[in-house]
Structure formats: structure tokens, C-alpha cells
Design a protein around this ligand. Structure first.
Ligand SMILES: [Zn+2]
Length: 429
């Protein structure tokens, strides 16, 4: 197997080189030779006898097969100019179909709660005082905000690493990452430099008196998402014993990576809730309950907006509908008790994407790609663990489960298989 895995690595690195070249030069090199070799290799993988592999080795083998063939498929299409239709997107990014099918029932079940939340937060809106998004266009303010954010980020990252030492002995992994404030709109992680950028604009606001305020729940969420999720996933995956596909963040493992990041962004609040001494260190003791509640509310609103958008994408991609039908169908997602919580949404989404189709009416891959965020392999895995190993298993064996979750970049399918294998092993023991 070692040789096959080495060859898969060479092929994928060859493909990555093509894309690096293309993004630098905006030119496409001749890839026929590369594709021919890659296809021969995939045939060999397909006919490989795997009978003498253990079940966990088989999971790894399947991942190498899945992820390599996805990379080859993408290059093949790009090179031949073949169009990506709706169905292909599921295959390319390994998005489980059932996770997309779950969107509509979830929206139907939650729109009532969402409306209540909008009503109540509007009521409180006027009372909470005027706050402004940060004007980072003003140099002096930007400088002040950078210093302010840096200080807060350091303090929170330091304290959360200590928290991780006690819940899953993983604080040292977090300390391997450098966490900085960034003026970018979105927070991010740069794997090459092990560097996390936390968006200053996202975590800071300004009062009418010019005072800077930290949005604690945003900073905590982002540290959970970027550091505990993506960051530790990356650090633990840099194990030379893993095949290349599990060490590199390839297209088909993106859904799992995001599912992991979302999981830890939520878990970090539960950890803080269970550790009063950490709340105290952060000076949050009195306000923690309020911050936690705000996080839960915001989580519901964000989940609603996201899921509504993702479901809207499936409607936008439906070639059997005309524009008006798309608008109406999308608008129905916002209606509760006969009234819409967002009457312009349908028109807005349709208009925003009016140039996002190819000549045959396929919604572009770049837009549909957002569906990767629907994948829920971690949720599925947690449900399996609690059903088969006991409800408290995760809380009591956090270190072990986290290590299993965070080691290697798997596809959704592979991630669930890996969990099944973990459960089998534990039941045997
Ligand atoms: Zn992410």
C-alpha cells in the first residue's frame, strides 16, 4: 500500500502544481500526460485486492481512492471545459445528499422560533444603546482597534489553551498556532504559516462615546472555529504516517473540515459554561449567562439564515423553474403564521445570482460549493457514539474522541466510517 499512497501523493501534487501555475500565469499547461497516468493509477486502485487489509486500513485505502479520484475528476473537467451540473457537485465535494435534504424540514420546524427571536431582539434593540461597526478606514481608529483586539485575542487564546489542557489535554496544540488580529472581513487560518487571523471588525464595535467594546461571544466562537476546529485538525493531521490525502486539505474533505470547526465553535461555549474558574479569568463571571444566551440566539439566527440560503441554492439550481417560480419558492422559506420574516429575500437572492449561470443554465460551481457547509458528519458521529457507547461517553472520554475526530482530513463518508471503527474497537475492549 505504501507505494500506492506515494503514487497518489505524486499525482495530487502534480495536479496542485497545475493549479498553482494557472493561478500565477492564468495559463493552462498541457495536462494530457498527467491525466493519462492518473487514470491508469485509479484503475489500479480499483482492481487492488484489499482482502488482507484490516478494517481500519481499508478505511484509509478508501479515502485515498475517493480523494484522489475527486482531484483527478476536477482537473479532467477543467481541462476539457466540461460543465459542472448540479449532480456533479455532490460527487466532487463528497456532500452527503441526505444532509441537503434535511434543510427544508429544519427550516419548517424552526421558522416559528426564529420569528419570536426577531421580535424580541427588535424590542431590546432600542434599549441597548447605539453601537457602531468599526470604521477601520480611519487610520487612527484602526490602530487603536488593532492594539485593543490584539490584547483581547492574546488573553482569550492563552486562557482557552489552559481550558483545553484540562478538558482534553490539547492546550499545547493550540499554542502551536499564532493568533493575530486581521483587518480582513472574514477570519481565517493559514496552514502554511500556522497563523490564525481573527477579524477585528467582527469582534469589536464602537459606542457613541468612542469606546471600543469587545463582542466576547464572537471572539469565543471564532477561536473555537478557527483554532480548536481548523487549527487543531491541521496540527494533528501533520503526522507523517498518514497518507498524503489525509494530511492535505483537499476539495473532498472540506465538508468535514467545516463540520468539525462548527462543532468546536459550539463546544467551546459548553466548556466555558462548565468551567467557572475560566469564566473568572476572562472576567466574564457575571455576564457569562448572558453571553451564553446571546450565543445560542445568534447560533439559531445564523443557522436559519445559512440553511435558508443553502436551500435557496438548490432552488436556484433547479433548471425546471423559471425566475418567478424560483422567487416564490424561495420566499416561502421565510413565511410563518401567514407572514414573511423577510419579504425581499427571494428577489434578492435571485438577482444576486443572475450572472452566476453558465450558457446551459447550470448554477456555477463556485456558488454551489457553499453547500459543503450543509454536511454534518460530526453530528452524525456524535449521535452514533452516544447511541452505541452511552450518552456520557464523549464528555468522559473527550481526549480520545477529539483525537480521533481531529486526526486526518477525511471526506464525510470516511469520517463516519472512522467513527464506526472507533466504536467497534471500544466495544471489543
Ligand atoms: Zn471554517
Amino acid at each position: 500500500m505504501e507505494d500506492l499512497y506515494k503514487e497518489s501523493e505524486q499525482i495530487i501534487k502534480g495536479i496542485q502544481n497545475v493549479y498553482k501555475f494557472r493561478s500565477r500565469t492564468r495559463l493552462m499547461p498541457d495536462v494530457r500526460e498527467l491525466l493519462k497516468n492518473a487514470e491508469k493509477f485509479l484503475e489500479r486502485l480499483e482492481s487492488q485486492n484489499t482482502n488482507n487489509l484490516t478494517s481500519s486500513e481499508k478505511i484509509v485505502f478508501n479515502e485515498v481512492k475517493r480523494q484522489t479520484s475527486t482531484e483527478v475528476e476536477i482537473l479532467k473537467r477543467d481541462f476539457s471545459g466540461t460543465r459542472f451540473d448540479y449532480e456533479v457537485v455532490f460527487k466532487v465535494f463528497s456532500i452527503p445528499r441526505e444532509d441537503v435534504d434535511e434543510l427544508k424540514p429544519w427550516l419548517d420546524a424552526n421558522i416559528g422560533k426564529v420569528k419570536e427571536l426577531i421580535d424580541s431582539s427588535f424590542k431590546n434593540f432600542g434599549e441597548s444603546g447605539f453601537k457602531n461597526d468599526l470604521s477601520v478606514d480611519i487610520p487612527e481608529l484602526a490602530e487603536r482597534a488593532k492594539k485593543f483586539a490584539h490584547q483581547k485575542i492574546n488573553k482569550y487564546a492563552f486562557t482557552i489553551a489552559e481550558l483545553l489542557d484540562s478538558v482534553s489535554k490539547t492546550g499545547d496544540l493550540l499554542r502551536k498556532l499564532k493568533v493575530h488580529p486581521t483587518t480582513e472581513e472574514r477570519s481565517y487560518i493559514n496552514y502554511t504559516f500556522k497563523r490564525v487571523g481573527i477579524s477585528i471588525k467582527d469582534i469589536t464595535e464602537e459606542t457613541e462615546d468612542g469606546e471600543l467594546i469587545l463582542k466576547e461571544e464572537r471572539l469565543i466562537t471564532l477561536l473555537g472555529h478557527e483554532c480548536m476546529g481548523h487549527g487543531m485538525n491541521f496540527v494533528l493531521s501533520q503526522d507523517k504516517n498518514l497518507p498524503f490525502v489525509l494530511r492535505d486539505d483537499l476539495a473532498s474533505s472540506l465538508p468535514t473540515m467545516e463540520s468539525i470547526a462548527q462543532h468546536y465553535a459550539n463546544l467551546i461555549f459548553e466548556d466555558l459554561k462548565n468551567h467557572c474558574e475560566v469564566q473568572e479569568k476572562l472576567g466574564l463571571t457575571e455576564r457569562f449567562e448572558q453571553i451564553y444566551k446571546k450565543h445560542k440566539e445568534e447560533e439559531l439566527l445564523i443557522e436559519f439564515k445559512n440553511k435558508r440560503y443553502y436551500h435557496a441554492l438548490t432552488i436556484l439550481a433547479d433548471k425546471t423553474l423559471n425566475t418567478q417560480q424560483k422567487i416564490e419558492k424561495i420566499n416561502q422559506l421565510s413565511i410563518t403564521e401567514g407572514r414573511s420574516v423577510d419579504p425581499f429575500f427571494g428577489l434578492q437572492v435571485v438577482m444576486n445570482h443572475k450572472n452566476s449561470y453558465d450558457d446551459q443554465g447550470n448554477l456555477q460551481l463556485g456558488v454551489l460549493r457553499e453547500l459543503i457547509y450543509c454536511a454534518r458528519p460530526v453530528k452524525k458521529s456524535l449521535e452514533m457514539i452516544s447511541a452505541q457507547l452511552g450518552q456520557d461517553y464523549y464528555a468522559q472520554n473527550r481526549q480520545e474522541v477529539d483525537k480521533m475526530f481531529l486526526t486526518g482530513f477525511y471526506t464525510s463518508e470516511g469520517f463516519v466510517e472512522k467513527t464506526q471503527e472507533f466504536i467497534r474497537e471500544k466495544r471489543k475492549a
